[in-house]
Every structure is written in structure tokens, then in C-alpha cells.
Design a protein around this ligand. Structure first.
Ligand SMILES: O=C(O)C(=O)C[C@]1(C(=O)O)C=C[C@@H](O)C=C1
Length: 274
């Protein structure tokens, strides 16, 4: 039986590309319009795995997705870095001067901010995902509207590229995480982990935590403070850490529990950063 993979987006979207690259062309894609049903689909066992963008090298973190992983009790089994090139596309024959509106996923629009600032006559609107706009333009023969999406999306939906590689810097990557319902038992010794620490609100608390993690040789590739909804102005820290020695990592986690309070480990896996 093929694997069922939950994603946000239609064929040609970046999530769709990651799902096929990571799980193979014969996987069954369960496509949703937003991230919440993706998380839910994995949590209720409808999908075997979920693919979720978590941060981009230009636009930064997708903060609400950290909360979804936490709230739906999901585990991270792996990560995937996809190079992202954005194309401005419209119905064949359209000129850029005829385009008055552009729609895309908000993260994609952010990644093309500099290009869009140079074309002030084009109004920007957030949409569900990059490729679904391309699909709509094609199906409804919409003129005056452009999508920002991948070259693959332009091919699938028969659109013409009006401007190529319009992301602000050429080397642009989105980091995706692969989610599952059950706790992961890694087959090889992990060198990266994602976890959440809720520290007591006291002076120097974060500094002490960072010192402890540094002393155990953890290299933090990400630290993100997220509000604790039930306690206004208190924060939890979502951390991605890389390490060379798994035992040192475990020792660090034991000390965190002892000295800082709440710890939730979302996953221990292998770093895929190139
Ligand atoms: O709209 C898409 O094609 C997506 O897969 C979403 C998404 C995102 O969520 O960040 C994925 C990669 C890019 O960063 C832009 C958009």
C-alpha cells in the first residue's frame, strides 16, 4: 500500500514537490488548504506522515506551525531543505504591464518583496498556496492576474513566465519537517533535535539555559520564543539543536528537566543541511 502524505497545497506547490521527492512518486497525497488540517490528518491517523514548511532562509519562521506540532502532539522524524526559486507567471501572451494583481502564499510574497517593490502597479494579495493561484488563472482564464509559483507549476498549468527567479536572493531555501503521530525511534544515532522548554519567568533564566546547553556542546540552529497562551506574557522556547555527542545531548535534557521545568522533545533526527 502506498504511503498517505498530508500536505498543504495542490500539485506544483513546494509542499507537493517535497512530498514526492521524500516519499516517492507513488505516494498518495492528501492535500489541504491550510496547515491545521494537515496536522489533524496526521494526528488522527488518516495520513501516515505530514510535510510542513517551518522556516525560510529569506522570510524566517512560520511561527503558527510550531504551535500546531505542539498542540496536535506530533513528532518530527526528519527534515528536508528545498531550494526555492519563484517565477512570476500569467496566461500566455500577457505582458507584465498588463498585470495589476499578484497572488501567492504569504511566505512566497515575502521572499519576493524587493522585486514587488519595483513593480508598484501590481497589487499583492495573500492566497492559499503558490500553485493553486496558477491553477485558478489557468482554469478560469484570468487576465491581469499573475501568480508567484514554481517553474513546475507554470508547466503543469500552462502559464508563461514573465519574470524569472524573483526571490530576493538567489540562494533561497525552505526547511520542511516530516511529521508523524508516534514517537520516532531513529535507526541511526541522531545529531539534531527539536524541543520546547518552558522556563520559569525569572531574571537571567534564558541566559542560564543557554549556558547549560552550550556547556553540553549543543549548537543551537534555531531558538524561537512562543507565547504561552494560558499565561499572558510568559514564553516557551522552541529550540533546534545540533550536536556531535548524543550522550551529551541526553545529559543536557536531564539537566533541563531538573533545573528549568517543562521539556517536550518533538524529535531526534539527522541534520539534512547541505
Ligand atoms: O505555497 C506553496 O507552494 C507552499 O508549498 C508553501 C510554502 C510555505 O509555506 O512557505 C512553501 C515554500 C515556500 O517557502 C513558499 C510557500
Amino acid at each position: 500500500m502506498s504511503l498517505r502524505i498530508a500536505i498543504q497545497g495542490v500539485p506544483g506547490s513546494f509542499h507537493h514537490q517535497v512530498a514526492l521527492k521524500n516519499f516517492g512518486l507513488d505516494s498518495e497525497i492528501l492535500a489541504f488548504n491550510t496547515f491545521e488540517p494537515v496536522a489533524k490528518s496526521v494526528a488522527i491517523g488518516e495520513a501516515d506522515f505530514g510535510v510542513m514548511a517551518i522556516e525560510n532562509s529569506i522570510a524566517g519562521a512560520i511561527l503558527p506551525n510550531y504551535d500546531l506540532i505542539d498542540r496536535f502532539g506530533l513528532f518530527i522524524r526528519d527534515e528536508y531543505y528545498l531550494p526555492i526559486a519563484h517565477q512570476l507567471m500569467a496566461l500566455p501572451g500577457q505582458q507584465i504591464q498588463e498585470i495589476f494583481e499578484v497572488r501567492s502564499h504569504p511566505m512566497a510574497l515575502l521572499q519576493c518583496k524587493v522585486f514587488l517593490a519595483k513593480h508598484p502597479h501590481i497589487q499583492q494579495f495573500d492566497d492559499v498556496d503558490t500553485a493553486s493561484v496558477a491553477k485558478r488563472i489557468s482554469e478560469e482564464k484570468l487576465t491581469g492576474l499573475a501568480a508567484i509559483a514554481s517553474e513546475i507549476a507554470a508547466d503543469i498549468y500552462g502559464l508563461e513566465i514573465l519574470a524569472r527567479d524573483i526571490q530576493t536572493v538567489k540562494d533561497n531555501f525552505t526547511r520542511f519537517i516530516i511529521l508523524q503521530k508516534e514517537k520516532v525511534q531513529p535507526s541511526t544515532l541522531p545529531n539534531k533535535a527539536s524541543f520546547k522548554i518552558t522556563i520559569r519567568n525569572e531574571a537571567g533564566g534564558l541566559a542560564k539555559l543557554l549556558t547549560l546547553l552550550a556547556e553540553k556542546g549543543l549548537n543551537l540552529s534555531k531558538i524561537q520564543s512562543i507565547p504561552v497562551m494560558e499565561k499572558p506574557w510568559e514564553y516557551a522556547f522552541f529550540i533546534d539543536a545540533e550536536f556531535g555527542d548524543y550522550n551529551q545531548f541526553r545529559e543536557a535534557m536531564d539537566l533541563v528537566i531538573k533545573d528549568f521545568g517543562d521539556l517536550k522533545i518533538f524529535g531526534e533526527y539527522s541534520s539534512r543541511k547541505g
